[in-house]
Structure formats: structure tokens, C-alpha cells
Design a protein around this ligand. Sequence first.
Ligand code: GLA
Length: 377
Amino acid sequence: MVQLTPPMGWNSWNTFGEEINEALIKETADYMADSGLAELGYNYLVIDDCWSLKERDENHRLVADPVKFPNGMKAVADYVHSKGLKFGMYSCAGNLTCAGYPGSYEHEFIDADTFAEWGVDFLKYDYCYHSNIVPGEILYRRMGLALENCGRDILFSGCSWGADETHKWIKTTAASMWRSTGDIFDTWESIKSLTQQQLELHPYNGAGCFNDMDMLVVGMYGKGNVGLSGCTDTQYKTHFSIWAFLGSPLMIGCDIRSMNQATKDILTNKEIIAINQDPLLRQPYKIEGFWGGSDLLMYARHLSNGDIAIGLFNMGEKAATARFNLDELGLPLSLGKTITAKDIWTGEDAKILNGNFRWRLEPYDCAVFRAKLVDLA
Ligand code: GLA
């Protein structure tokens, strides 16, 4: 399978951890289908770790926990499919998953066949308890091969957290996305740290295999499995904008059944999603600008139709002013071109004077523009 744009969906881990069951998955599927999330592109519903029994059956097959999933996984997959969604599951390249359930090490082909029989469309593949003898690239290639020979199109989502220089070999596996960062937690420090971890990795992102900055924490407000101190709505807005702008898969991690309006407004912003899903998938580049300080991140990215996305992200606790000359976007004054742009979040017009762009950002806030080129008046 060739994945042309960053996958989007929902994953159980951030909020629910071990507390997963058939009713939760069905209700989540209902909500994804009925709320319009699926229509916006959020179409993978993924069950993370902790879904199986602690031991395989006598045929060495993985077994869904009968208390959590009394009708088995095929029934769950059928329900998810009946809602027009795709169904994702989780395993691990090690003997055990990160939470201590059986991993797929040396069971890669039998597990890929099981997932195919159940109707799985997406496999997240973790890296805990992996062999110290067999290198990661071999382990991921092995599962990739098993998936490509299981008779079903299953999106392979590598999750080795960027360890062992994943970026150098992940594209030799069948992975369509790969975790380029450690785990996310519902704090601003975590969001900031994962953003930093991407800086050198942008050249590796693109169609076919996407840098996965981990599931979103938007709307968690400190509740649930990775909920620690939680974040403000402004911080969630900036988090979502960064993930979208940098071309990460967008996997929602909050309990969507009870999300508030602010969370919904962030996750369903069509123009931000359009930047994430832009078919050209151009690599973002940093704008240096003037006197911004290390907490002010400025990025640009070419989009289809000749547009340019501009993302200004204030990662710091103090207000900051973004300033840069349009020549950093390839538009020196002498060329007779400028841009018109509105901040997607506020609708406010960009202020450009003598080829210099200037924008004030409150603490932790961001502005994202889809700029159009025009002739200088
Ligand atoms: C690792 C992964 C997480 C999650 C947990 C499950 O930490 O990085 O995304 O899947 O394992 O145990």
C-alpha cells in the first residue's frame, strides 16, 4: 500500500490505556461516524496495547481478552467497518508489548495472518522488549514482509520512537508511518520536547512514510492514561497546528464521546487539516527572522496552487513578536511580489510593510496562514 497523505484517526492509548473494551470501541466508532470526524478524514479507529490475554492459545495465536472483548476482535472489526471506518490494532516487535502482553517476536507471520483474518486495516508496531541480538531494522522488515503477504492491505505503523536511527532504515520496511519521537504526555513540556525532536528529521517525512510525532493530547485536560498536568486550549491549539503543519499523522487521543466545543473546534479546523493533507507534501523549512528568541518557532511550507503556509508558534511563557523579511520565502522586494494572508484561527489579516512580516503572539499561542502570492501595488 502507498499512503499518500498522513493517516488520521483515533487511538485508545492516551486516554484509556488498559481500560479498553468493546462498548468503548463501538461508542467511539459511532461518534467518529456521526459527528463528522470521519468525513474530515479521521477514519482509522485504533485499539492500542492491552487488548489480549497474557498468553497465546495452543496454536500460538494471540487471543483477544474475552472479558474486554466478549465477541472477539472480528466482531469489533465488523462493527467498525459497518460505520465506514477502518480498524487498527497494536502489537510489538519484542517478546512482550510495552504493557507486558505477548509481542509478535518470532510470531510475525502467524500474527499477521490473525490480524488479516480479523479484518484489521492498520497495525501499530511497538519496540519494547525487543531482541538485543536481532537489529530493529530486521524486526520491522520481518513484520513488514509478513503484512505484505497476509492477503490484506494493512497499514504498517512503526513505533520504535526514533531509536536506533529509525529514520535511516524505516523506509526499507513496509511502514507507512513511523514514530519519530518518544511518548507524548499531556503537558506543554512534552509538546515542546517532541517538536524539538523533529528539527533534524523533516527531510525524512513525506508521501509513503510519515514522521509520526505521536497521538494528539488535545482535549485531555489532564485526564486519562497519559494525562498529567494537562494543557490550556491555547496550548492545544498550538499543539494541533504544529502536528498538522509538520505533516504528522493526526491521531486523536482524547475521549471524543465527551469532548467540549473548544476541543471540537480545534480538531475539526478544515483549513489546518488541509495544510496537513496537502497533496504535494513539501518539506517545511524554518524561517529565521529577527530577534525571535529560541522559543519562537517559524516555519513555512509550499502548498498546492502555489500557496505558502506560514506557521508562527510561540513555545514560550512570554509574549513574542515574529518578524521576518519575505525574501526568506523567496520573495525579495525587487521581484515585485508580496503575499496576502489571514490567520486561519482568527481571520485577522497579516501585516506586511516594506517586505517585512510582523505578528505578535501571546504566550503559547500560534498563528497559521495560507498565503497567496500577489503583485506589489
Ligand atoms: C509505547 C508506545 C505508546 C503506547 C504504549 C503502550 O510506550 O510508544 O504509544 O503504544 O507503548 O504500552
